[in-house]
Design a protein around this ligand. Structure first.
Ligand code: THU
Length: 144
């Protein structure tokens, strides 16, 4: 199945990721990240990074958005937008945030290689990729 989103949906996702970023809890890295995940039905789930004094319990924005969606019963996704940058400052177009390896693998559990990944600093500045470009050889889940 070919996945596509409209320009309006891309704008909605980027805006939602930018807004979610404002809620980041990131006192240790001072980098705030927001993610907005769209289901096949067009519903958007957002997440922000949540850090921890012990460091390793920290969560990336993408996995928070995924956990919210999966725990709400969602299983089918078309796109995710990610917006990150220095805490309390606008994101920088030249320093887009790309999903970490763990988040790529978590996306691969539920999304095909055609899943759209939009790394953005704002609605005008973004790079649109597919999950297959970011993770060409995922550890395969049973359901694919
Ligand atoms: N982070 C995310 O939330 N998503 C990414 O794609 C990359 C990194 C977070 C983790 C940590 O809280 C902060 O950004 C700095 O690495």
């Amino acid at each position: 199945m070919t996945i596509s989103i409209t320009q309006q949906q891309r704008q909605q996702l980027i805006r939602a990721a930018m807004t979610a970023r404002q809620l980041a809890y990131a006192p240790y890295s001072a980098k705030s990240v927001g993610a907005a995940l769209m289901t096949a039905d067009g519903i958007i789930y957002t997440g922000c990074n949540i850090e921890n004094a012990a460091l390793s319990p920290g969560l990336c924005a993408e996995r928070v958005a995924m956990a919210k969606a999966i725990s709400a019963g969602e299983r089918h996704f078309t796109a995710i937008a990610i917006c990150g940058g220095p805490l309390d400052a606008p994101a920088v177009p030249e320093e887009l945030f790309y999903p970490c390896g763990v988040c790529r693998q978590m996306l691969a559990e539920f999304c095909s290689g055609e899943m759209i990944v939009i790394c953005a600093s704002d609605e005008q500045h973004y790079q649109q990729l597919t999950l297959a470009e970011l993770l060409p050889y995922p550890y395969p889940p049973d359901n694919h």
